[in-house]
Design a protein around this ligand. Sequence first.
Ligand code: SF4
Length: 164
Amino acid sequence: MIEADAPAALPGISAPACRNADPALFFPAYGVPLSQAQITAAKELCAGCPVRAECLAMAVRSDEGDGIWGGTTPLERRRMRLQLARMRQGAELARAVVSGEEPQLLQAQRPAVVHSLFRMGWNAERIGCALAMTAGQVEQARAMAARAEAFLALVERHHPKGWS
Ligand code: SF4
């Protein structure tokens, strides 16, 4: 969320939608959680924000623990960070699968492994056999991983120095 007294947008750079919004909409008072009505209203504002992607990437990268950023709550951002971390582990686990090991995969790790196996040239049928997944589950995992991969690319594009 951009502070209300933030400078006006530079020419060619879009102004954030929350520039003149009430900060209370985006940040809870100390010790008081945001109400569902606040979250909904803030998210509506974010939905039309021209810098939403950058805002979200920054908040995920810096592990913002409070408030609404880029249309997400702290819990949603934590889940995104977890998902990104899993994407980074996917290639290693996939290599273990390729080498014939049978790593114990959590359900949540499967999309990243499926994604990596596709990148290594495996087809859906072979992946399904190796991971005991149906064709539909493989496709679903692939779609989930593609979204996570796109978001990871966004975060790294805006914050190329890495994230923790
Ligand atoms: S995405 Fe939301 S929090 Fe981020 S700059 Fe835009 S309006 Fe503000």
